[in-house]
Write a protein that binds this ligand. Structure first.
Ligand code: G3P
Ligand code: MG
Length: 247
């Protein structure tokens, strides 16, 4: 088990829940991850036009629900009535877009650790970040290690640092930036989350030498995971979090 800035980190993180076998970012996907034996889940959070925080990856509703249009321009009442499961498979018809609060309750019930990725339109980054971490501060049990907050937008991370300085933070990147850019964008972060396809041994060692845990996304191939682990990558995000796949 990796020690250091995230001693409770598990090397396998369920990406958007168990999104290979259940519709991503739904409670069904979170439950499936727990049932499969995962300990950590990653979810994406967005804010609706009326302020509620919900689990959705895309800026629009189009791909993962039967709705249309931008999440940030749609009321919660409308989002809550959508089907978020039928697109994935008929057996998931009726699955809803969960609230962040419902996600926290399920993590508490199932003993899951969380990585909450905050996504927001450029002009709403700080407001959404504040809303997300304030809710997490209120609802996440004090007895558990706090959720790892991640984002690709540094303004989101800086806002989180101001509101909940004790919550660990991770910077999501596609490719690993140079030292100057990294120091600026990942200031105060405990981890960097690079795209696994672009990662190399040298880039991994560079991040580890900087004191960051390295969490690579999205890895569904066990052979690739073995290579990454050999370089020192601390954890992978995967759509198939069943531990036996990754031994
Ligand atoms: O946080 C890791 C990963 O979830 C980032 O990419 O697009 O799946 O949110 P994405
Ligand atoms: Mg994500």
């Amino acid at each position: 088990m990796p020690q250091g800035p995230l001693p409770w980190l598990n090397p396998v993180i369920a990406h958007r829940g168990a999104s290979g076998s259940a519709p991503e970012n739904t409670l069904a996907a979170i439950r499936r991850a727990a049932d499969l034996g995962a300990h950590w889940v990653e979810v994406d959070v967005r804010q609706t036009a009326t302020g509620e925080l919900v689990l959705l990856h895309d800026a629009t509703l189009d791909r993962t629900t039967n709705g249309r249009g931008k999440v940030a321009e749609t009321s919660y009442e409308t989002v809550a009535a959508l089907d978020a499961g039928a697109w994935f498979a008929p057996e998931f018809a009726g699955e809803r877009v969960p609230t962040l609060a419902a996600f926290v309750a399920l993590c508490t019930e199932r003993g899951l650790f969380a990585n909450v990725e905050i996504k927001a339109e450029a002009e709403r980054e700080e407001a959404v970040a504040e809303a997300v971490v304030t809710l997490l501060q209120d609802l996440w049990p004090n007895a558990k290690p706090p959720p790892l907050i991640s984002a690709s937008q540094p303004r989101i991370l800086r806002k989180a640092a101001l509101v909940v300085p004790d919550f660990p933070r991770g910077l999501i990147v596609r490719d690993v930036p140079n030292e100057v850019v990294l120091a600026e964008r990942a200031s105060g972060c405990v981890s960097v989350h690079p795209n696994a396809d672009l990662l190399t041994k040298a880039k991994t060692e560079f991040l580890l030498a900087g004191g960051y845990a390295v969490l690579a996304y999205t890895v569904n191939d066990p052979e690739r995971a073995r290579v990454l682990r050999g370089w020192g990558v601390n954890a992978i995000f995967t759509d198939y979090p069943e531990p036996e796949r990754w031994r």
